[in-house]
Design a protein around this ligand. Structure first.
Ligand code: SF4
Length: 474
């Protein structure tokens, strides 16, 4: 599947809505995720307290980012880790590939990392002479299918079980012919096991960077991060600078929020803290350990008053609760980060000029903010991006005209009422059995769904009538 581009958002959405099963497949996972999160929060009475605590930890670390970055670097170096700094995605990707080339790597295993996707590692390896092996089960599926991820927690959510059966039969050396999930998982395990053991370099992301110890922390359910990190001689971590927390004690409340918000589980199967290369008496571990600390627009977000977005712990809850995401899925956004958090992040990671349409793909119902475990005011941030987009004149001329026209009407109540009454007559002319299937100037809406027939009279007319009847009808 060819990766969509953010600037083609409108076209991507049209194509997504035209796929008959996509909405059903997405809803199957996101609705289940909603229910599981809701149960987990109901069984976690201190949720609000943890949320405030999590927010405070992130805000504090972001405020003193320069101090904690320096502390992290000092402690990581003391552990024997080699620290690299990358200000852009290209720089980060080049650092990783250069390390691999220096070690003459032929085979590279990766555990799931959205940062890795953000800096373009997937394409960089596919354009090199090295073999890239994705070890997370969902990433393994989309690698076989040639798809980009469609969700930050369940990257293969858009693929059905039938798709997975076909892919495994086509690509696995010893495939299963059963369609049972446990057999499919075993088939993937058989295929990946030898690759884990023969990999030259393992690359992982990190959920948290602990400043006071220079350690990195990974959170997984499959144990693939541990198998990616431990057997190869060299381990490379790529992490955004916003992953910093002062210490393990500060990471714990965030961990409690992350697992419940992401999958509805109290805890994940594997939470591992990595402390540099193998030491003399260690049973196993890599001989060399690198960490690439990536900025890629993050300090610019700080400078531009978007620091609240840097709290994000990538739990995916906002997209699971987003009515727009549930309809169009992740690929339509044309970015590594879809849904509400992606609509705020992508304009900073790429540019507002290419990703301004995503900021409008929001009904402002506020569900994303309600469920965000670190209280990120996503609707407020989206509104601010819309305002910037308007100021920079990124909106199409027709949209600008409509908004300006509405501004003229809104300031003149009588003209507004006259226009509303005429619009009702106009809409009625196209209504059949309570629904409008087609009407001039509304194809953006009626292309994919019908428009409900409006009331016979305007709101103001009904309001006046109600007031009159309440006051005795005289
Ligand atoms: S914005 Fe909030 S809800 Fe969305 S992924 Fe980030 S932390 Fe989770």
């Amino acid at each position: 599947m060819q990766a969509n581009k953010p600037e083609n958002f409108a076209q991507n959405v049209t194509e997504a809505l035209a796929q008959p099963d996509l909405k059903m497949i997405i809803r199957r996972t996101t609705d289940k995720a909603e229910a599981k999160r809701s149960d987990a929060i109901a069984n976690f009475p201190e949720f609000e307290k943890a949320r405030t605590q999590g927010q405070k930890v992130k805000d504090h670390t972001i405020k003193y980012m320069d101090h904690y970055l320096a502390e992290f670097e000092k402690n990581a170096l003391a552990q024997g880790t080699i620290v690299h700094w990358a200000s852009t995605a290209e720089e980060a990707s080049k650092i990783v590939l250069d390390i691999c080339r220096e070690h003459k790597a032929k085979k590279v295993t990766r555990s799931k990392s959205m940062l890795g996707e953000e800096i373009g590692l997937t394409h960089a390896f596919d354009n090199s002479d090295m073999e890239r092996i994705e070890t997370d089960l969902a990433e393994h599926i989309i690698q076989l299918a040639g798809d980009p991820p469609s969700h930050i927690i369940w990257p293969a959510m858009h693929r059905s079980r039938e798709d997975v059966v076909k892919l495994f039969r086509e690509f696995h050396t010893d495939p299963t012919y059963s369609e049972e999930i446990t057999d499919l998982v075993r088939s993937a395990r058989r295929d990946l096991r030898t690759k884990f053991l023969t990999s030259d370099i393992g690359i992982s992301g990190s959920n948290f960077l602990l400043a006071d110890s220079g350690s990195t922390c990974t959170v997984t359910n499959e144990g693939n991060a541990e198998l990616t990190i431990t057997p190869p001689k060299v381990h490379i971590v790529t992490a955004g600078i916003e992953k910093l927390v002062p210490s393990m004690a500060h990471a714990i409340p965030l961990l409690r929020l992350l697992t419940r918000s992401a999958t509805g589980a109290d805890i994940t199967q594997y939470i591992t803290f990595h402390n540099g290369p193998k030491r003399k008496n260690d049973a196993d571990g890599p001989q060399e350990c690198h960490i690439v600390l990536v900025d890629n627009g993050r300090t610019k977000m700080l400078a531009e008053g978007m620091e609240e977005m840097l709290r994000c712990i990538r739990c995916g809850a906002c997209m699971n609760h987003c009515v727009v995401y549930k309809h169009i899925g992740g690929h339509a956004y044309g970015s590594v980060y879809p849904g509400p958090m992606g609509s705020v992040l992508t304009p900073h990671l790429q540019s507002l000029e290419v990703a301004n349409k995503q900021t409008h793909a929001c009904t402002m119902n506020g569900r994303c903010e309600d469920v965000c475990p670190v209280n990120i005011p996503l609707p407020k941030l989206l509104r601010s991006l819309r305002a910037q987009s308007w100021e920079k004149k990124y909106e199409p001329l027709t949209n600008r005209f409509v908004v300006k026209f509405f501004g003229v009407l809104a300031k003149r109540p009588q003209l507004f009422q006259l226009f509303s009454s005429c619009s009702l007559i106009f809409m009625k002319a196209f209504s059949r059995n309570g629904w409008i299937k087609y009407m001039p100037f509304t194809s953006g809406w009626t292309r994919n769904r019908d428009l409900i027939e409006p009331e016979t009279t305007t709101f103001m007319h009904q309001y006046k009538k109600m007031k009159k009847s309440n006051s005795g009808g005289s």
